[in-house]
Design a protein around this ligand. Structure first.
Ligand code: ADP
Ligand code: MG
Length: 248
């Protein structure tokens, strides 16, 4: 056999809203086990791209292949079945439900019986511990949590989906430095297990510290995909704004 196909291969994606072209021409690959950063100015089209990768938006044109084959990404549920989990920029935890109920939301299978329930709860606690919420009780209503803690519960839920591709859209916006470190540790564990992570962020230092490769998106187009080890923050800024930072 030839080389292994990428985990995800997106070719020439386009998406417009009315007559506004939000995503113009996005081609990128995601490899198994890599942490892939998406950077770009506000409004560049990053969230629109990840919504097309996660079945929330249908592309107007272009193809998305998973493991070299066509995948049904026509709905969020279909994308979840294809192994894709997303933590959206907007929080989706339900404040009136408990932490445990939120972790179970949208799960593809429910534990049946006492032993299975016990195992599920142990796993849920492990995912909470992985994001630094080891002391949080599953019966705590989410409305009692801080915004940062709610974001961490969302990430714990994505960990629980054991997705082969986990997409995090600006997950650190509401987190403290200590919480960010915990999330990074959890993300590195996911990637070390051979799964793929997409990390969308405009915090460039964070992106370079965490990611293997970085794709810069500007005006709905891919400007470059570069190994993070070959990039400095100022080079990344140049790619994002389209001119040399040092120029007068
Ligand atoms: P980013 O995540 O890079 O900040 P987005 O993908 O959210 O950018 O948005 C890209 C552009 O598309 C923005 O100008 C935004 O206002 C517009 N846009 C995004 N979603 C919609 C929508 N549902 N309807 C109309 N315009 C949208
Ligand atoms: Mg966005």
């Amino acid at each position: 056999g030839g080389p292994r196909p990428p985990r995800l291969d997106a070719q020439n994606l386009q998406k417009s809203f009315g007559d506004f072209q939000a995503v113009d021409d996005v081609t990128l690959t995601l490899e198994a086990g890599e942490i892939h950063g998406f950077c770009g100015p506000n409004g560049a089209g990053k969230s629109t791209v990840v919504k097309m990768l996660s079945g929330q938006l249908a592309p107007d044109a272009g193809q998305i292949a998973i493991d070299g084959g066509t995948a049904d990404l026509s709905t969020p549920y279909a994308a979840q079945q294809a192994g894709i989990a997303i933590v959206d920029q907007e929080l989706s935890v339900v404040p009136a439900l408990t932490v445990g109920e939120n972790l179970a939301l949208g799960a593809t299978s429910r534990p049946r019986g006492r032993a299975a329930t016990r195992a599920w709860r142990a796993e849920a606690r492990q995912h909470l511990a992985d994001v630094g919420l080891a002391n949080l009780d599953l019966s705590t209503p989410v409305e009692r949590l801080t915004l940062g803690e709610r974001q961490l519960v969302e990430i714990a839920r994505a960990l629980g989906r054991r997705a082969s591709l986990m997409i995090l859209d600006e997950p650190t916006a509401t987190l403290s430095d200590v919480e960010i470190d915990r999330v990074f540790t959890a993300i590195r564990k996911v990637a070390a297990a051979g799964r793929t992570v997409v990390f969308v962020s405009h915090r460039l230092g964070e992106v370079l510290a965490l990611c293997d490769r970085v794709t810069v998106i500007r005006d709905g187009k891919v400007i470059a995909t570069t190994a993070a080890a070959d990039l400095t923050v100022s080079q990344l800024v140049e790619q994002m704004i389209g001119r040399s930072v040092a120029a007068h």
